[in-house]
Design a protein around this ligand. Structure first.
Ligand code: SAH
Length: 225
């Protein structure tokens, strides 16, 4: 692995440091850590903030949105463990970075984003890396993407006031979904499992702060709900 033709050798060392930082925060899962080595995060960020790509922090990507903190995404990946024969639904494409990480482990990734410009930008980055197993949709992800359901894995990268029912419906049995649930400022990462027709919920991490999930089954545009 290391610098590919699209990569910049400067960034390889930064990326290794980021991986060490993620490991230091308790993610020991080698499969997950290797994903971070395979995907150059800077390619998913706007030019002006690329130098911050390998800091373990959220980065503003425009349109009031942020690319999530890498160690938090590593946590998502280590909980969900998408397999090579599984379909993943992602809500909140954003920069497309998590989409790319997921595309390296799953069979196909279906990702919904409400901001058209972000989806277009993500498509460009994913194409640059030749990731052909990703389908993107511009729309309200709180209603899911019925066409390709059911999904063995669903991941939501924006904070929801509750677990959107449409996403539970589109989850395969067995299947697992991870999403931040709570109020506008604080959420718990909630793992929803479907198995044998039963649905269970478990908080696997508390005190996260994500941008709001806006839409029919999320927050309204003003966040007044
Ligand atoms: N994993 C992404 C996170 C982006 S932030 C990354 O690291 O880049 C969450 C994204 O969810 C934002 O881009 C926001 O526009 C999007 N979003 C918010 N509500 C949405 C909805 N109802 N449907 C689809 N996307 C939504």
């Amino acid at each position: 692995m290391g610098a590919g033709p699209l990569d910049d050798p400067r960034y390889v060392g930064y990326r290794r440091r980021l991986i060490e930082e993620i490991r230091g925060k308790g993610i020991e899962d080698l499969e997950v850590l290797q994903l971070f080595d395979r995907v150059p995060r800077h390619l998913f960020l706007p030019e002006g903030v690329r130098l911050r790509a390998y800091e373990d922090s959220p980065v503003h990507i425009g349109y009031g949105q942020t690319a999530s903190q890498p160690s938090l995404q590593a946590f998502f990946l280590s909980v969900l463990h998408a397999q090579a024969d599984e379909r993943v639904l992602e809500i909140g494409t954003g920069s497309g970075y998590l989409t790319a990480l997921l595309a390296h482990s799953a069979d196909r990734v279906y990702s919904v984003e409400r901001v058209r410009e972000l989806s277009i930008r993500a498509r460009k980055s994913l194409d640059e890396l030749g990731l052909a197993n990703v389908a993107l949709l511009v729309g309200d992800g709180t209603i899911g993407w019925r066409k390709y359901a059911p999904y063995q894995v669903i991941v939501v990268s924006a904070a929801s006031p509750s677990v959107p029912g449409a996403l539970v419906d589109q989850l395969a049995d067995p299947g697992r979904m991870l999403l931040p649930v709570g109020d506008r400022d604080h959420q718990d990462l909630t793992l929803v499992r479907k198995s044998g027709g039963q649905v269970s919920e478990e908080a696997v991490r508390d005190g996260c702060t994500f941008v709001p999930l806006l839409g029919s089954f999320g927050w309204d545009e003003e966040g007044a709900r």
